[in-house]
Design a protein around this ligand. Structure first.
Ligand code: SAH
Length: 252
């Protein structure tokens, strides 16, 4: 997979790619992330990427020409991308489902906005989709681009050492991950749940399923509507829901 990121702050992207799982995946050649400095696609002496907004108002707007040129240069050097993502607070919410869809593509481009935003003709005629990483406003698209790249990279086989770890992650099957513990077994008087140190693999598996379902039911019940649950989990969930209903009646 190849991801080209167009930005006016390439060093911000490079810093985010330099550590951990992402850095290792890139080093192993499992994905390629190329950072493109938007200023290299300007044609004036001052390498201008922004201009004042038509109609007045505060702030500056990213000009369309350098962004179009950048994407056209990427197309010439590495072929047409299957997706040109504009990161924007107006976009569709980015989620694990979106990450899985994008991770199956071979070439994508991410355009990072700055200032008040980007000339809207970029959204309409250059980007093929718009993604938001949440209902808050950041000063630029670099952190959202890194969030997307990180989530995609984890889904590329071989990037995360242990595939089971990705399969068990929160949202991968539509539910939250179970709680994790490590040594010491007792810390400041707080003990690790007995079952985890029992050595009974069947019991541990069941406890984890119950724990993940309980957590999801309590914190994010809306996720359960689309969750992929096995028979054991369906039974546990039914029992948890009945118990919850019982408790609610008990309070009446
Ligand atoms: N005036 C715009 C915000 C611009 S923020 C508005 O109110 O909608 C500058 C840039 O940061 C945006 O163009 C976008 O690329 C990026 N950005 C900010 N918040 C974001 C978010 N939640 N998700 C994705 N990109 C975001």
């Amino acid at each position: 997979m190849r991801i080209d990121i167009v930005t006016i702050f390439p060093r911000m992207i490079e810093a985010g790619l330099a550590e951990g799982i992402l850095a290792r995946g890139i080093q192993r050649g499992l994905l390629t992330v190329a950072t493109r400095d938007l200023r290299e696609f300007t044609d004036d002496r001052h390498r201008t990427v922004d201009d004042v907004p038509y109609g007045g108002g505060p702030g500056m707007v990213l000009k369309p020409e350098p962004l179009f040129r950048a994407v056209e240069a990427i197309e010439r050097s590495s072929g047409a991308p299957q997706s040109v993502v504009l990161v924007s607070p107006h976009g569709r919410p980015f989620s694990q489902v979106e990450a899985t869809r994008l991770a199956a593509l071979e070439r994508i481009v991410i355009l990072c906005g700055r200032y008040e935003g980007i000339d809207d003709r970029v959204r309409e005629h250059l980007a093929t989709e718009e993604l938001s990483i949440g209902d808050y406003v950041l000063s630029g698209g670099e952190l959202p681009a890194l969030v997307i790249v990180d989530a995609l990279a984890r889904l590329i086989p071989g990037v995360v050492g242990d595939e089971d770890s990705v399969a068990g992650d929160s949202f991968s099957r539509g539910i939250l991950d179970y709680a994790h513990f490590t040594r010491p077994a007792e810390f400041r008087g707080w003990k690790v749940p007995d079952v985890l140190v029992s050595g009974h693999h069947g019991e541990i598996r069941k406890w984890r399923k119950r724990q993940a379902l309980e957590l999801t039911l309590e914190r994010r019940p809306e996720l359960l509507a689309d969750a992929e649950l096995d028979m054991e989990e369906q039974d546990i969930l039914r029992e948890l829901m009945e118990r919850k209903k019982g408790a609610a009646h008990g309070r009446d």
